[in-house]
Design a protein around this ligand. Structure first.
Ligand SMILES: [Zn+2]
Length: 204
């Protein structure tokens, strides 16, 4: 919904927001409106560019094992020398700092490469948009030491996956929500994706 709001106008334009959420039942409209109201003060007002539902990838070559990591992020804004990445959360915050979340560390590790090649500083922020949530977790601006530690963390996980695979013990998450958007769903034997989209799946 925020993607539609931002792609066709501004989240600060009430009439535009109303046109995007028009058509839902009253309670859904109220809920979506409340999400937008909590989002607006967090949204960077002046951006050079932005994108939504971005899938990013980073290839790791050495030290072994080699692997490709992919991540999705709800929104990425470029402004004031920042690559300002946002994940919108509709539940209660489950960490006090974004860096505590393993998923965020993976997102940051991948996005950091994009940021550094463009001369930008990466900041990863969670926008907790649920009612009653006062503060977002502290954003994560990984430094070189953080990124080195994350490289080692991911590398260790992949190494363990390879060992499990070799021993025939590897099992994927088999979670329909995760598998549904994974680029590797057509080749993963543990995919729980519903094969409802052969048009986009067949070429993966
Ligand atoms: Zn916004």
């Amino acid at each position: 919904m925020l993607r539609l709001v931002h792609e066709k106008g501004s989240c600060r334009d009430d009439a535009h927001v109303a046109s995007v959420i028009d058509g839902y039942d009253d309670s859904t409209v109220r809920r979506l409106r409340a999400f937008v109201e909590r989002h607006v003060p967090r949204c960077p007002p002046d951006v050079d560019r932005g994108a939504h539902e971005v899938e990013v990838a980073r290839f790791h070559r050495a030290p072994p094992p080699m692997f490709m990591a992919i991540a999705r992020i709800d929104a990425v804004w470029v402004h004031d020398g920042l690559l300002d990445a946002r994940d919108y959360k509709t539940g209660a915050p489950f960490v006090e700092e974004v860096r505590e979340d393993a998923g965020a560390r993976l997102q940051a590790w991948i996005l950091a490469r994009y940021a550094s090649t463009r001369g930008l500083t990466l900041r990863l922020r969670y926008e907790c948009l649920a009612a009653g949530v006062a503060d977002d977790p502290d954003p994560f601006e990984p430094d070189a030491e953080d990124l080195e530690a994350i490289t080692e963390e991911i590398r260790t996980v992949v190494e363990a996956m390879w060992i499990e695979e070799r021993d025939g013990d590897w099992r994927g998450v088999a979670d329909a929500e995760v598998c549904g958007w994974c680029s590797y769903r057509s080749t993963c034997r543990d995919s729980a994706a519903v094969p409802a989209d052969p048009g986009t799946d067949a070429g993966d």
